[in-house]
Design a protein around this ligand. Structure first.
Ligand SMILES: [Mn+2]
Length: 277
């Protein structure tokens, strides 16, 4: 049902629909790098070709982009104005539906996307009937109803793993992080966020308040599609937690989440990998 499209940082979910998911494109980062004195050729076309190749191969009904399509905030660069509409247009030629869940870099993305692209708020999107998929970027609190999902997929963290090689060189590689958050703790945090003091059992209180039965969703934190982003090692000493309110508040603990390299290699759990960093 869930397929990591190794070695690519994209995922296919086969539920009621065939969904192809990817996150953190940061199109236009070359412009920011150029301002810092690092000049590299524009990469948007390469990322677009990689994504289009996946779409042609997997034939999804719908492509879900989990935020940070663009890079420049607050200024949208000339590069972004030229390239992002082309990116969406090319994608719409290959797939019927394209959805974007807003990331923290996506202010005004609606001005760069054709009308056919559906843009969703940063608090997330819940899809499907039988197998339900919740999608969000991860910089904002999710809508509580997302806890009714079987699978929660997020971006924003640019997860990577830091490894010490036998040569004494430290390398950082993009990674998938996948696990099952404690649903009671997560529900408790969402209740607290809504300023509801649960009376009695947390999951029952959640259901009463939000009208949704919680599942014990699996959570996947996606690596960046853009390979220029480097990544944030999940096993580094700092920062202490992953980014975003779910992790910062302790609503989701990732110590027992599994870490995979892009090629599918299973490395172990986050807590174990911390001991190696
Ligand atoms: Mn990002």
């Amino acid at each position: 049902m869930i397929r990591l499209l190794t070695p690519w940082p994209a995922m296919l979910v086969e539920g009621d629909e065939r969904l192809l998911l990817a996150a953190d494109f940061h199109l236009g980062i070359e412009y920011e790098l150029a301002k810092m004195g690092i000049n590299i050729p524009y990469q948007t076309e390469r990322f677009m070709e990689e994504l289009l190749a996946l779409v042609r191969e997997q034939r999804p009904d719908r492509v879900l982009l989990l935020g940070d399509i663009k890079h420049g905030v607050p200024i949208t660069s000339f590069q972004e104005k030229r390239e992002i509409p082309q990116f969406f247009k090319a994608l719409l030629e290959e797939v019927g539906r394209v959805d974007v869940v807003r990331g923290n870099h996506d202010a005004n993305i609606q001005n760069l996307a054709p009308e056919e692209v559906e843009i969703h708020p940063s608090r997330g999107l819940l899809l499907g009937e039988g197998f339900r998929v919740a999608a969000l970027h991860g910089h904002a609190w999710p809508y509580p109803r997302l806890l009714a999902a079987d699978l929660i997929v997020m971006g924003h963290n640019h997860p990577a793993v830091q490894l010490n090689t036998p040569l004494g060189v430290r390398i950082t590689r993009r990674a998938w992080v996948r696990g099952r958050p404690n649903v009671e703790r997560l529900a408790g945090a969402l209740l607290e966020k809504a300023r509801v003091k649960p009376e009695g059992e947390v999951l029952e209180a959640f259901e009463r308040e939000f009208g949704e039965e919680t599942k014990a969703p699996q959570m996947v934190i996606m690596p960046t599609f853009n390979d220029l982003m480097g990544g944030l090692p999940v096993n580094a000493e700092t920062p202490k937690s992953l980014l975003g309110p779910l992790f910062r508040t302790g609503a989701v603990e990732v110590d027992d989440f599994d870490v995979y390299l892009l090629d599918g290699t299973f490395l172990g759990q986050v807590g174990f990998l911390r001991t190696l960093a």
